[in-house]
Write a protein of this length. Structure first.
Length: 412
């Protein structure tokens, strides 16, 4: 059987092609720095690489989320810290305004300073983040949350929404608190009622608290506590409901003759309500009790301005102003506590963000190392392989050339 040169040289040609493919693969690895450049290089490793890359991508997103959450919470914390400082400063101005040595002009000057603080408080409540969103607007972050009318009344245009950011597959964190909770729901320092002094009050009587103590007998209504002189000639009180009916002393007792004597420090109870009046109320003084467990911070500051600007014509006016300023300071204490409570929540969230950020960064580092071990090339080993493959290819090429050049004519 006659063997052609083509048949005789085919094995060498195939070997040369195989060596060339191996050399090309090694050259690609050296060029990319990757051991696995396509699934066919190592199917098992390629699957692991794909999984690790997806994990790293997700983890990097969580890291970005954590950074964004940290920035938002730091802005909220710094803003609320400024609100705290502002409240304390307003309280200092009120305390100064309560001094008996100040003139009406001095008090009005302090009221003007408090008005500046009021405007600063409005600015803080309408704080924007770097993204232009309002910090305390809830989900309505593109709408200014707080506006004030000409009478100094502030309204909230946001909602109750709390925005959250995903920190990991199982953890989300709130990154905002709505302004309604912070600024519009300051607990009433008296308890369950807002107290308004009668316009003719001249005494120093002060309501320490007014709260519901028995829900079974409580009747929700606006009540007026009047101080009078009873039939025995003693300081006494009567309680009148919103319809003008005297409920204490209860009918058919005479509302004046049979009015109960007032004892400083002894609570007044009626309809499931307990009221504590201290200091020295006098006949003619009255206190209106309107059900309300909360108030807004802005109205408290507005009351401070109004009280310090009120004309003082006699000692009764001074007494009334002193009592009202004392109440305002107590209400501002509640506002301060309310903000501090929110700040404590923000601090806890910041700690959570730091913890999750650290865990995500560690996970990313480990995953990246694992990916490198599977995917990255050992250059020293690859160069050694490349040199061996190049030598093998050169030998195959030389052998193939020699075989294909064989001819009987070379021996004739």
């Amino acid at each position: 059987m006659r063997i052609s040169n083509l048949q005789f040289g085919r094995p060498g040609f195939v070997a040369m092609q195989d060596n060339q493919e191996l050399l090309n693969k090694t050259q690609e690895q050296l060029a990319t720095g990757k051991r696995v450049n396509k699934p066919s290089d190592d199917p098992i490793a390629a699957t692991a690489i794909l999984t690790l890359k997806e994990e790293i991508s997700v983890t990097q997103q969580y890291i970005d989320n954590s950074t964004a959450a940290k920035n938002k919470l730091e802005l909220e914390e710094s803003t609320l810290a400024n609100v705290d400082d502002l409240i304390l400063n307003i309280q200092e101005l009120i305390i100064r305004g309560g001094s008996a040595s100040l003139t009406e002009t001095d008090k009005k000057t302090l009221a003007d300073e408090i008005e500046v603080r009021f405007e600063q408080l409005m600015g803080m409540a309408n704080t924007r983040g770097a993204d232009g969103n309002y910090l305390f607007g809830g989900y309505q972050s593109r709408t200014q949350p707080f506006t004030v009318d000409n009478a100094g009344n502030v309204t909230y245009a946001g909602d109750e929404g709390v925005r959250r950011i995903q920190l990991s597959a199982a953890v989300t964190v709130p990154v905002s608190d709505n302004g309604n909770e912070i600024f519009m729901r300051v607990p009433n320092s008296l308890g369950d009622f807002q107290v308004t002094l009668g316009p003719t009050n001249d005494g120093t009587g002060y309501v320490e608290y007014a709260r519901v103590v028995d829900n079974t007998t409580y009747v929700s209504d606006t009540y007026t506590l009047n101080f009078i002189t009873n039939g025995a000639g003693n300081l006494a009180y009567q309680v009148v409901d919103s319809g003008g009916a005297v409920i204490d002393p209860a009918p058919p007792a005479d509302p004046i003759i049979n009015a109960q004597e007032f004892t400083t420090g002894q609570p007044i109870t009626f309809n499931g309500i307990e009221v504590q009046v201290t200091d020295n109320p006098i006949p003619g003084d009255s206190f209106e009790l309107q059900p309300s467990s909360s108030q807004d911070l802005f109205s408290i500051v507005q009351r401070a301005m109004d009280t310090l600007r009120r004309p003082l014509e006699d000692q009764g006016d001074y007494n009334q102003q002193s009592v009202e300023l004392r109440r305002i300071i107590a209400d501002l204490d509640e506002g301060l506590d309310n903000v501090l409570e929110v700040r404590s929540k923000v601090g806890a969230r910041m700690n959570l963000v730091d913890k999750e950020l650290q865990q995500n960064e560690t996970h990313e580092l480990v995953s990246t190392q694992n990916l490198s071990e599977i995917e990255d090339l050992d250059y020293a080993d690859a160069i050694s392989i490349y040199q061996r493959q190049l030598t093998a290819l050169q030998a195959a090429q030389q052998s193939y050339t020699q075989i294909t050049n064989l001819s009987i004519f070379n021996y004739l």
